[in-house]
Design a protein around this ligand. Structure first.
Ligand code: ATP
Ligand code: MG
Length: 640
């Protein structure tokens, strides 16, 4: 990393101490770090005791065959029981589990008692379809309550679910059904997106393989569907089931779900998570990082259920904590660009968890829109999915959080199962753009090529140095790839694939994937930093930076920017701005103003495609994009 580039992020001197009131009543205080440092396994054992176990474990961690971990060995529990039944038994049956809002404006309020009935009926339905312990179930649904019910029903009977994002193509779905050998697919006729019903069932029909015995179909839009011999309506089968079902305890290491990573880096990997360790960490981090007060907070995680964030922080984390959540079906601009803020006002949302890509989109739409709504209920704001640049962080804090609500920037991955590096809102002084420190019980470091920890003030590779409860157990069907991808670069260290920096205080700043580091005239420059510098200019809403092959400098920086506000953008001024912030070496050779950027469904920029443009190539595979028409509008804007 160049000295100039390095000093830039570290030049970010804004600091936000935790709100005094929040700190005074925080769920987790400073002492947790010391407690975990003293006895990491004891710390996690105590956190596991927040759950209800049918049989206690005999060993906290079995790490005798690394990297294949076993946590809470010999223990037994049922995830659905922990997320639903035990709350009803504790007298919380009337508490709302989900305020669900459909995109067209239809709503459902589901209490914990309702949820228990639905999950039990669905579990009985699975049994009737011959689905039980050890079977795999693919779930391909819109953001409707049945998605959570289906996941919990699988967990209840010991079937392993594989949720596939409802926007994926038939090919992508088939590959995932095939890889997991799913016996059942749960889908819907369609879902609402941008005001129109969009069909799902025809995609499933094209994706079925021989192992699939049944397709269970929820009626959501009422659109016509073709019906085949394997198809069963959810309302025909599930609704007539008994609401009584006894949840059998399962082994702590029983496979809970497979989730395929989004595949921005090649063939999707079926990441396997199991039962006891996963739920321990998803549950505890949700309570700790959001300072959840389950009896008063209204929590909203905007992630789709098809991503790991939707698994850990829309379903398993919040439900295990008896939280009240909002779940929203549609897009933020339907029917108007204030829809999210309208929902915050309507449900008095107090904790909001979203992604930087959404925040930057709202910045682009302007400050006036959120200002129309009463969002004084918000008290903690979370961010996940990519590095949050300081300008977006500050905007989120000021315009959404009213300058009161702390922002927690949470770093984690599908593979880690739960949050790993994040501020604690009642403890940590926030630095815009920094994920700060490993959470209590988590061990992370930044190392150089030889696995030596870098000094404060330097950058390198992010590694996790000790096993953690919610760690991936393997890649489904491919343990060798699991070892090779994550555990073989350095002995005994988990390589996350991300770059990071330590500042002078030893706090961590995430830099995105290491593949996104450019080599310009012999200097390593991270795309994240150049993007962050660009977004720091008042005329830039979003930026994506790639290194394009250059005969002189090795790689030359090409930037794609989306303008903020009206009128032409002065590209020369932007280049000068980057040079002034990061140093002349980081000055983009070319800046192209575009209307949109190619992103995956989880909101990550697909730089590979931008690199094709920057290097003047035919555009490669665009099938994982959230919206494939984006490329046409970019090409048109650039006159290609
Ligand atoms: P694939 O591995 O298939 O390409 P993916 O990495 O996009 O998919 P996820 O597991 O959803 O799939 O994303 C995890 C990655 O997202 C992290 O490795 C990191 O690069 C990025 N990320 C997530 N949260 C943060 C954060 N708070 N700060 C910086 N980067 C983050
Ligand atoms: Mg990844």
């Amino acid at each position: 990393m160049t000295q100039e580039a390095l000093s830039n992020l570290l030049r970010e001197h804004r600091r936000f101490p935790p709100p005094a009131e929040l700190a005074a009543h925080a769920n987790v205080g400073e002492s947790a770090y010391a407690e975990a440092a003293e006895d990491r396994l004891g710390f996690w054992a105590t956190r596991a005791e927040r759950l209800t176990w049918a049989k206690p474990w005999t060993q906290v961690l079995d790490w005798s065959n690394p990297p294949f971990a076993k946590w809470f060995v010999g223990g037994e529990l049922n995830v659905a029981y922990n997320c639903v039944d035990r709350h009803v038994e504790a007298g919380l049956g009337d508490r709302v589990a989900f305020y669900w809002e459909g995109e067209p404006g239809d709503t459902r309020t589901i209490t914990y008692a309702d949820l228990k009935d639905e999950v039990c009926k669905a579990a009985n339905a699975l049994a009737e379809l011959g689905v039980g312990k050890g079977d795999r179930v693919a779930i391909y649904l819109p953001m409707i309550p049945e998605a959570a019910v289906a996941m919990l029903a699988c967990a209840r009977v010991g079937a392993t679910h594989s949720v596939v994002f409802g926007g994926f193509s038939a090919d992508a779905l088939r590959a995932r059904i095939e890889d997991a050998q799913a016996k059942l697919v749960i889908t819907a006729d369609g879902g609402y997106r941008r005001g129109v019903p969009s069909a799902l069932k025809p995609t499933v029909d094209k994706a079925l393989t021989d192992t699939v015995e049944h397709v269970l179909v929820v009626r959501r839009t009422g659109q016509d569907v073709e019906w085949g011999g394997r198809d069963v309506w959810w309302h025909d089968l599930v609704d007539r089931q008994s609401a009584e079902h006894v949840a059998r305890p399962l082994d702590a290491e029983h496979p809970l779900f497979i989730l395929y990573t989004s595949g921005t880096t090649g063939k999707p990997k079926g990441i396997l998570h199991t039962t006891g360790g996963y739920l321990t960490q998803a549950s505890f981090t949700h309570w700790e990082v959001f300072d959840l007060k389950a009896d008063t907070d209204v929590y909203w995680c905007t992630a789709d259920i098809g991503w790991v964030t939707g698994h850990s922080y829309l379903v398993y984390g919040p439900l295990s904590n008896a939280a009240t959540s909002v779940m929203y079906e549609g897009t933020p601009d339907t029917p108007h660009r204030g829809r999210w803020w309208e929902l915050v006002e309507k449900y008095r949302v107090s904790v909001l968890y979203t992604a930087p890509t959404a925040i930057r989109t709202f910045m682009k739409w302007g400050d006036a829109i959120p200002a129309e709504f009463d969002m004084t209920s918000l008290r903690v704001l979370g961010s996940v999915g990519e590095p949050i640049n300081p300008e977006a962080y500050v905007w989120y804090r000021e315009r959404i959080g009213g300058g009161r609500a702390p922002v927690v920037d949470t770093w984690w991955q599908t593979e880690t199962g739960a949050m790993m590096i994040s501020p604690l809102p009642g403890v940590t002084e926030g630095k815009p753009g920094a994920a700060m420190r490993p959470l209590p019980g988590v061990s992370a470091d930044v190392v150089d090529e030889e696995a030596n920890p870098v000094a404060d003030g330097s950058g390198g590779f992010l590694v996790l140095t000790e096993p953690w409860p919610s760690m991936a157990r393997t890649i489904w069907g491919d343990p060798d790839r699991f070892v090779k991808t994550y555990w073989s670069r350095w002995d005994g260290l988990y390589f996350a694939g991300d770059g990071a920096k330590k500042d002078e205080d030893g706090d961590l700043w995430m830099l995105g994937r290491v593949d996104d580091v450019m080599l310009v005239s012999g200097h390593n420059i991270s795309t994240t930093e150049v993007e962050s510098a660009l977004v720091g200019h008042p005329r830039v809403a979003e930026a994506a930076v790639v290194g394009a092959t250059d005969p002189v400098t090795g790689q030359a920086i090409a930037a794609f920017v989306i303008a903020r506000g009206e009128g032409d953008v002065d590209v020369e001024e932007l280049r000068a701005h980057v040079a002034a912030t990061l140093g002349p070496i980081a000055k983009p050779k070319r800046i192209l103003v575009v209307p949109e950027l190619p992103k995956t469904r989880s909101g990550k920029i697909v730089r590979r495609i931008l690199q094709d443009i920057a290097e003047g190539r035919e555009i490669g595979d665009a099938t994982t994009l959230a919206d494939t028409t984006v490329m046409d509008s970019i090409k048109k804007a650039l006159g290609l």
